[in-house]
Design a protein around this ligand. Structure first.
Ligand SMILES: O=c1ccn([C@H]2C[C@H](O)[C@@H](COP(=O)(O)OP(=O)(O)OP(=O)(O)O)O2)c(=O)[nH]1
Ligand SMILES: [Mg+2]
Length: 164
């Protein structure tokens, strides 16, 4: 994995800086600066205590952590959150507790999400009358099959049916 230098400023002087738990990890863990309890289905915007200046041509993506997701249902509402290279404010994370029964308590300093820094391209959009052919064509949204959904007893499917 290649490295890119990213300038970082602490907004909160006492919190842990983003860090990679293992050498090959794609994401540097981010912490919450506040204690909070998320009720089932509840969301909250939390600070991470850091701001960065990503070089032009890079962006940061705030991803959930899989362990917390599997164990507790914690996720990021807008996953992955996008950190623009020009953004100089505190990185914040919009957390959500997807568990249907259990509240989730988080403490200041807990690692709640991970920041993946990637190169990004700007598209130059060229409008044309017709797009070139491809094997997939306009098929999408399950056109290749492999995921039959079983309706629950008494479930009409209303509310989550999509015609494509
Ligand atoms: O999880 C996130 C997502 C975004 N941001 C910050 C950095 C990003 O550069 C800025 C704008 O994000 P985005 O473009 O996703 O939000 P928007 O709703 O389009 O806001 P804006 O109008 O400010 O672009 O907000 C975060 O701190 N955390
Ligand atoms: Mg935006």
């Amino acid at each position: 994995m290649s490295n890119v230098k990213v300038l970082l400023a602490r907004i909160d002087p006492d919190v842990e800086l983003p860090s990679y738990a293992e050498p090959g990890d794609a994401g540097a863990d981010l912490v919450t600066t506040s204690d909070l309890v998320l009720q089932p289905g509840e969301r909250a915007l939390v600070g991470t205590g850091v701001a960065v200046a990503l070089p032009p041509g890079y962006a940061g993506f705030v991803h959930p952590r899989s362990g917390l997701a599997a164990r507790s249902g914690l996720s990021v509402v807008n996953a992955p959150g996008t950190i623009d290279s020009g953004y100089r404010g505190e990185i914040k994370v919009c957390l959500i507790n997807h568990d249907r029964r259990e509240p989730l308590a988080l403490r200041r300093g807990d690692r709640i999400a991970q920041l993946v820094v990637q190169r990004v391209e700007h598209a130059e959009f060229h409008e044309v009358e017709e797009l070139p052919d491809s094997q997939r064509g306009t098929g999408g949204y399950g056109s290749t099959g492999g995921h039959e959904v079983l309706a629950a007893p008494g479930d009409s499917g209303a509310g989550h049916r999509t015609e494509v």
